[in-house]
Design a protein around this ligand. Structure first.
Ligand code: ZN
Length: 303
C-alpha cells in the first residue's frame, strides 16, 4: 500500500496524519496521534513508517477529515536543509555553467521551509525571484561515512516535492563563489504536500513540472539527474552527518527564469510544482513589505 504522510493544521500546530486507500480503494486520512506527536526525525528513526503500516493494517488508526485544513510541511523543521546545485545537465547549460564532476553542495537555513500551499513572499526589493522544482530526500536514519551508494539508499526515509526559490541578483553577481544570500529568503523552501516512503516510490524516472499561471515552465524527468539520490546521500555523508528528518533538495531541471526565456516571479503569480506520485504544490506570490509581519510563520513548525 502506498502511504502519504502529511502534517495538517495551522503553522506551529500541525498534527501528524497518513493518507492511505481503504479496502474499496478510496483515499482516506488517518490521524497518527496514537503513534507519535509529530512526523520528525525521531518518528522516522524509530521505524515510524513500518509502525504506521502495521497500525493501518490492524485498523488501529482513527479516520479524520482534512477538509479545509492547512497542509504543512510533511516533516517537522529539520536539523539541516542541504541543497545540490546544477544537478541536471540542461539546467547547468542554461545557467552558463559546465556540468559538475562532483555534487555542488550548499545549505539553506531551516527557517526557509514553508507549507506547500502557503502564500509566498517576494522579498521587498527583489526583481529576480525564481522557481526551482526539486525532488526532496528525507533522511530516515543517521548517515555518516557511508561505504557505498547502495548502503546510502537504506538511509532514505522517503521523498517529497520542494521549491528551491532563489533570488538571482542576490545569488550570483558579486557572490564571491557562495550562493547563500539568494537561497535564504523567508519562505523560500515550500515543501510537500506529502512524504512518500522510499519503499513506495521509485525515484529514478519521475516527471517534474512547474507551471506559472497555468503555463508550463519546467517539464523534465529525474532520469536526467547527474547524481541520483543514493549517490548524493553517500557523497554528503563523507562531509557531514545526515540526521533523521534532514531534508536534501536534489537540484532543478531546466526551465527557470534565469534562462532568460521567462519573466521572473511577479506579485499575483500562481506557481504550481508537481512531481509524479509526490503531489502538487501551489503558491500565490505577494510582495513582502519591510516591517510587516509575514502572514504565515516560516519558523512555526513543531520543533
Ligand atoms: Zn536548487
Amino acid at each position: 500500500m502506498t502511504l502519504k504522510f502529511a502534517r495538517l493544521g495551522t503553522a506551529g500546530n500541525e498534527q501528524p496524519a497518513v493518507i492511505a486507500q481503504d479496502a474499496n480503494g478510496a483515499e482516506k486520512y488517518y490521524s497518527l496521534a496514537s503513534l507519535t506527536t509529530d512526523i520528525d526525525g525521531g518518528f522516522l528513526a524509530s521505524d515510524g513508517i513500518a509502525r504506521t503500516r502495521e497500525a493501518l493494517e490492524s485498523g488501529k488508526l482513527k479516520e479524520i477529515s482534512a477538509e479545509g485544513v492547512r497542509v504543512g510541511t510533511p516533516v517537522a523543521r529539520p536539523g539541516n536543509v542541504i541543497a545540490i546545485g546544477l544537478n541536471y545537465t540542461a539546467h547547468a547549460a542554461e545557467s552558463g555553467a559546465t556540468p559538475p564532476e562532483v555534487p555542488v553542495v550548499f545549505l539553506k537555513p531551516t527557517n526557509t521551509i514553508s507549507g506547500p500551499f502557503d502564500a509566498a513572499p517576494i522579498p521587498p526589493s527583489s526583481e529576480k525571484y525564481d522557481w526551482e522544482v526539486e525532488l526532496a530526500i528525507v533522511i530516515g536514519k543517521e548517515a555518516s561515512y557511508l561505504s557505498s551508494a547502495s548502503e546510502a539508499a537504506n538511509h532514505i526515509a522517503g521523498y517529497a516535492v520542494a521549491n528551491d526559490l532563489s533570488e538571482r541578483d542576490y545569488q550570483i553577481p558579486g557572490a564571491a563563489g557562495q550562493w547563500t544570500k539568494g537561497k535564504s529568503l523567508p519562505g523560500s523552501t515550500p515543501l510537500g504536500p506529502w512524504l512518500v516512503p522510499a519503499d513506495d516510490i521509485e525515484p529514478g524516472n519521475l516527471r517534474l513540472q512547474t507551471l506559472v499561471n497555468g503555463e508550463s515552465r519546467q517539464d523534465s524527468s529525474t532520469s536526467d539527474m547527474i547524481f541520483d539520490p543514493a549517490t548524493i546521500v553517500h557523497h554528503l555523508s563523507q562531509y557531514m552527518v545526515l540526521e533523521p528528518g534532514d531534508v536534501i533538495i536534489t537540484g532543478t531541471p531546466e526551465g527557470v527564469a534565469l534562462s532568460g526565456r521567462f519573466p521572473f516571479i511577479q506579485p499575483g503569480d500562481v506557481i504550481e510544482l508537481e512531481i509524479d506520485g509526490l503531489g502538487r504544490q501551489r503558491q500565490e506570490y505577494y510582495r513582502a513589505v519591510a516591517g510587516a509581519a509575514h502572514p504565515v510563520s516560516f519558523v512555526g513548525t513543531n520543533a
